[in-house]
Design a protein around this ligand. Structure first.
Ligand code: CO
Ligand code: CO
Length: 361
């Protein structure tokens, strides 16, 4: 499967007129090689791809027992890895031209690479091309995403059985994280727990505030399975909530549903955003919906296609993304509801199945 991905990648970059690619450890690196090498840290690790179909890996010798069945050159601490890279570039006959570079590559690596020999490369961000492959999930990728979404659903069910009244936000976030780690390969990002007026901040970092009677609490978290992320948000009430917030909850739920129903093969991402945004604006809360409606989901928790007012990507079967409208009223609180969606057989299907009705604990 992996070498098939590299083959697909090679024909895509050739089609787009590129001469090669340099891929440092990242989701793209994992996508192409199936190798987990994030622990390499500052040690130069690179997949070098030539558009003619040849490729070679440079890796620290720490991975000698891990990387097998892959064309690879190892370097030891004390050696200059850039000398070995120069040799690889020579072997692959990659001496200039249009080169794709992993977007998240460390600047010190890129600076050193550009100093190797007298090569004239024109650099482009790798994401601009590889996104075409990564946006459309293969069957095995979808299976892992379903599993990751199930873990998130299950943790939500469990949270509803916990006594969270009086708990600090950070304690609840830690408990959620612990359960995710017990049930999956890990968290897809640090869980968000935002209670009461803190919920008016969409990306609130859980703090020392204790959950009180009458709070609405936003929970936003996700699990990773086989590298693939889930991302769920639910807003729950502890004790009888403020009437205004109940109204806000119903508007967000309707916006989320309308955006979900707008998912069709062939529509642009911005149409999904518009469905959510119009629902919220009509209810008079337009100015309090301060972010895009959603984002693509996969190996990265935020990836293409982004579901925002400027989303020009045309949606296709196999794409996976979130729909997560929210309303945030300063001084009062906030509500967000987020599901993971796959476009399948021409329409949207929810991967997230957790209860979307307002739960009052
Ligand atoms: Co989220
Ligand atoms: Co999200």
């Amino acid at each position: 499967m992996i070498s098939l991905r590299i083959r697909k990648f090679v024909s895509l970059i050739r089609e787009r007129g590129f001469d090669g690619a340099l891929v440092s450890p990242s989701a793209n690196f994992y996508y192409l090689t199936g190798l987990h090498v994030h622990e390499a840290g500052e040690r130069l690790t690179l997949l070098v791809v030539n558009a003619d179909g040849s490729y070679h890996l440079l890796a620290p010798s720490l991975y000698e027992n891990v990387i097998r069945n892959f064309p690879v050159t190892f370097w030891r601490d004390g050696e200059n890895p850039y000398h070995k890279l120069a040799w690889i570039l020579g072997e692959l006959e990659l001496s200039g031209g249009r080169l794709l570079v992993e977007d998240t590559m460390r600047a010190d690596w890129l600076i050193n690479i550009l100093r190797i020999g007298n090569r004239a490369f024109e650099l482009y961000p790798l994401s601009s091309v590889i996104r075409e492959l990564r946006m459309r999930k293969e069957r095995e990728e979808v299976e892992m995403m379903k599993h990751a979404a199930k873990v998130a659903d299950r943790v939500f069910e469990e949270v509803l059985s916990w006594d969270i009244l009086g708990m600090r936000e950070r304690e609840l976030a830690l408990k959620i994280e612990l359960r995710i780690r017990e049930l999956s390969d890990g968290i897809s990002f640090e869980p968000i727990v935002a209670s009461g007026e803190n919920a008016a901040n969409p990306h609130h970092a859980p703090g020392d505030r204790r959950i009180r009677e009458g709070d609405m609490v936003i929970l936003d978290y996700g699990a990773k399975v086989g590298g693939y992320c889930s991302d769920i948000t639910r807003t729950i009430a502890v004790g009888q909530p403020n009437e205004k917030l109940v109204e806000v909850y119903n508007v967000v739920k309707e916006a989320q549903e309308n955006a979900y129903r707008a998912v069709r093969e062939g529509v642009k991402a911005k149409e999904i955003d518009r469905a959510a945004r119009e629902t919220i604006a009509k209810a008079g809360y337009g100015e309090y919906f301060t972010h895009r409606t959603g984002h693509g989901l996969g190996l990265d928790v935020h990836e293409e296609p982004f579901i925002g007012p400027d989303g020009e990507v045309t949606l296709e079967n196999g794409m996976t993304f979130t729909i997560e409208p929210g309303i945030y009223v300063p001084g009062l609180g906030g509500v967000r509801i987020e599901d993971d969606i796959i476009l399948d057989e021409g329409r949207g299907k929810r991967l997230t199945r957790a209860n979307r009705e307002l739960v009052v604990l």
